[in-house]
Write a protein that binds this ligand. Structure first.
Ligand code: CP
Ligand code: NVA
Length: 338
């Protein structure tokens, strides 16, 4: 829900502000300052979070492992070669057994039904670390990065910062997504319109969001905030932010040739955004890992690119999720909408 998203983001900013100085190399903080520094909450003390990952990961895994440690607990990485899952054992039995020995499950799966099955039978909370349909923790890091860069999106009416410390984005942004309708985009579709931002998407017709994703978009009333077409130039019109993802997601390697052909002309470049009429100060986001097919080096390594801040923020948002869901379990209680 929107209040939950806002609470997670506020907590992510708080954890980052609180913990970043603490993580600096020894000796770089003055003695005065050091006395005021505080560890993040030790809510995972004596707790273990199972990372059930059936696909590769750099950022999500690193964020999870380092976050669990800072929260005083442990993340146990269980790759597909390590456990019986998928070969000798069902998702149902795996969920019950792993959930019986740990306090939370963060799972990266193939088909989305696999995480549904884990969640159905696990006695402890299950968080999605990426599935065929969704990548919910990614959009949190993207939002956090946009909030931190709010000065780039002027004119803004400065508001007093919230007591929680989350910098508010108090003007609706126009966010353009150019590329494959995959898990990363799907969470943007169900998130940005609810926060009042406008989403403009360009993807080839044959690579549009599947029905179950679109049904959810409509159910949440997000369809009204989304423009969808085939022309990347039209999509970036008026964009404050341009986003893309790989054209070949994990598991789609066999479709490489046809995908490269279908996405011809979708590469994010300065020229494309200039011709399409993006805002002159547009910024760029990409979940990573990146290939030059979908964005050229000039944009990716240029001053518009927020990609490494975005990658860093995977840590603080995942730490907030772990603290709130696995450490304190208070996200499970739905709070009334304000
Ligand atoms: N953005 C992201 O999920 O990266 P990894 O696949 O490396 O975890
Ligand atoms: N769409 C990509 C995202 C990687 C973080 C994939 O699923 O491979």
């Amino acid at each position: 829900s929107v209040p939950q998203i806002n609470r997670i983001l506020a907590h992510s900013h708080h954890l980052k502000q609180q913990s970043t100085p603490w993580l600096l190399p020894h000796g770089t903080i003055s003695r005065n300052k050091a006395s005021k520094l505080r560890l993040p909450p030790q809510s995972l003390f004596n707790k273990t979070i199972a990372l059930i990952f059936s696909k590769r990961s750099t950022r999500t895994r690193l964020a999870a492992e380092t976050s669990a440690e800072l929260l005083g607990g442990r993340a146990l990485f269980l790759g597909k070669e390590d456990i019986q899952l998928g070969v000798n054992e069902s998702y149902r039995d795996t969920a019950r057994v792993i959930g019986g020995m740990t306090q939370g499950i963060f799972a990266r799966v193939g088909d989305h039904s696999e995480i549904e099955e884990l969640a159905k039978y696990s006695p402890v909370p299950v968080l999605n670390a990426l599935s065929s349909l969704w990548h919910p923790s990614q959009v949190l890091a993207d939002l956090m990065t946009l909030q931190e860069n709010k000065a780039s999106f002027r004119p803004l009416i400065e508001k007093e910062s919230q007591p929680t410390g989350a910098p508010e984005l108090d003007r609706p942004l126009t966010i353009a997504y150019v590329g494959d309708s995959a898990n990363v985009l799907h969470d943007m579709l169900v998130t940005y319109p609810r926060l009042g931002h406008h989403l403009r998407v360009a993807s080839p017709v044959q690579y549009r969001a599947p029905k179950e994703v679109w049904d959810r978009v409509v159910e949440l009333g997000c369809d009204k905030g989304i423009w969808w077409g085939e022309d990347p130039r039209e999509a970036v019109h008026g964009a404050d932010v341009v986003v893309t993802d790989t054209w070949i997601s994990m598991g789609q390697e066999a479709e490489k040739a046809e995908r490269l052909q279908a996405f011809h002309g979708y590469q994010v470049t300065e020229q494309l955004c200039r011709e399409g009429g993006a805002h002159h100060d547009w910024k760029f986001l990409h979940c990573l890992p990146r290939k030059p097919d979908e964005v050229d080096d000039e944009v990716f390594y240029g001053p518009r690119s927020l990609v490494y801040e975005e990658a860093d923020n995977r840590k603080w948002t995942i730490m907030a999720l772990f603290d709130m869901l696995f450490g304190k379990w208070n996200l499970l209680e739905e709070q009334p909408e304000k």
